[in-house]
Design a protein around this ligand. Structure first.
Ligand code: SAM
Ligand code: MD0
Ligand code: SF4
Length: 363
């Protein structure tokens, strides 16, 4: 605990931490050490975000997918899951509902649905149209999570109004990547994120937790994510899904995800870090915010037929995954929902940071 104290002080001074120090923080399990870790993370969150938390609406508009990720309910070969593909009208209606309820951003997510991705230009046009219409109808920043798309399509999606591109590597251990994202290219998934950054999109990178990764893998991921320069970083505990190869795998206790959230806050203090409702629902929100997250994600309109990813139905029909559903907990924690203007000022700050990096790189 004594030497950990030094690490916490370095963290508060925003000094660079070594791999050993990152590893020591990730190793903390329970007790005083963990409380001190979370407190350090909250202090840093407060420095950049005050008592405000962003809220992201989630519209998973198609659950058809051409891929076969071993961890995912919606993998191509899972015949046991019921799929849907919402119409553009339905997508716009759900997005408007979310905007009116007070979210700061709409996350438009799909499986790698062949109807959009393999249908040639027509499919892509439809995707671009969805982004344009959601942007126009809500006026909010749009995040897209369509999986891997060709570069020229990503550019069009940006021009249609997408601010963010979310695409998670899950792990930066290549061997593990290929066990998780079967038959997919590590490089292709990585390069499209770098490209998104180059063309001025904000990007989100993410880790899957409890899928056989080692602690050293997580340490390496922290360095790799620093190099990528992601604006939003996340960790989500793997939730076993019926009808998939990992269905029988035991779900890891949440403490490791919480450590990762806190460590990410320490290493990426200005970045957005989600507390996802998609892992343990409303019940898991307290711990994730306590660990230093500053965004509640996976807010879903109830009774819309829309689903989550890793918790496809948990807390949705009950209306807990809504702005009203999370408000009481936020106020118990002394936190407040950000208004849209404040959220936009955070995005501006990312741009300024990038300008700073560019000047440094050029010097
Ligand atoms: N199909 C696109 C893709 O894979 O990039 C967009 C969907 S994206 C929202 C799906 C993400 O949810 C994955 O990258 C993974 O991090 C997370 N996820 C999926 N299944 C999960 C599970 N069973 N448990 C935890 N997280 C999961
Ligand atoms: C979430 N269910 O935020 C969403 C999803 C996709 N960009 C995000 C994993 O938890
Ligand atoms: Fe498809 Fe995304 Fe699920 Fe992989 S994680 S099977 S790409 S929906």
């Amino acid at each position: 605990m004594k030497s950990l104290g030094k690490v916490f002080n370095k963290a508060l001074q925003e000094e660079t931490l070594s791999s050993d120090e990152i590893s020591a923080l990730l190793h903390i399990s329970g007790g005083e050490g963990q409380q001190a870790l979370f407190e350090t993370a909250r202090t840093l969150r407060h420095r950049y975000f005050d008592n405000f938390v962003g809220l992201y609406g989630f519209v998973y508009f198609s659950t058809y997918c051409r891929n076969d990720c071993s961890f995912c309910l919606y993998r191509r070969s899972n015949a046991t899951c019921e799929r849907y593909r919402k119409t553009t009208e339905e997508i716009v209606t759900a997005s408007k509902f979310l905007a009116e309820s007070g979210v700061n951003l709409i996350d438009l997510t799909m499986g790698e649905d062949p109807a959009y991705l393999n249908a040639g230009e027509k499919g892509y046009e439809q995707l671009v149209d969805i982004v344009r219409r959601v942007k126009n109808a809500t006026g909010l920043p749009v995040m897209i999570s369509p999986g891997v798309v060709p570069k020229e399509v990503l550019k069009e999606l940006k021009e249609a109004g997408a601010t963010w591109y979310a695409c998670y590597q899950e792990t930066h251990n290549h061997e593990l990547f290929h066990k998780l994202r079967l038959h997919q290219s590590y490089e292709e998934r990585w390069e499209i994120k770098e490209y998104a950054r180059q063309i001025g999109m904000l990007i989100e990178e993410g880790l899957l937790v409890g899928v056989g990764e080692k602690l050293e893998d997580a340490v390496q991921s922290m360095h790799v994510m620093q190099e990528l320069g992601a604006d939003q970083v996340r960790a989500m505990t793997f939730v076993p899904q019926a009808g998939t190869p990992l269905a029988a795998r035991v779900q890891t206790a949440n403490h490791y995800e919480l450590n990762l959230i806190a460590v990410m806050r320490i290493l990426f203090p200005v970045c957005c870090i989600p507390a996802s409702l998609d892992v343990e629902g409303i019940q898991g929100l307290n711990d994730r915010l306590d660990a230093g997250a500053n965004i509640v994600t996976s807010i879903i309109p109830p009774l819309s037929g829309l689903q989550g990813v890793s918790q496809s139905t948990l807390d949705i029909a009950e209306g807990y995954r809504t702005v009203e559903g999370v408000r009481p907990l936020l106020s118990r924690l002394g936190l407040k929902p950000a208004d849209n203007e404040l959220y936009l000022s955070w995005l501006k700050r990312f741009e300024q940071h990038r300008e700073g990096w560019k000047t440094k790189e050029a010097a």
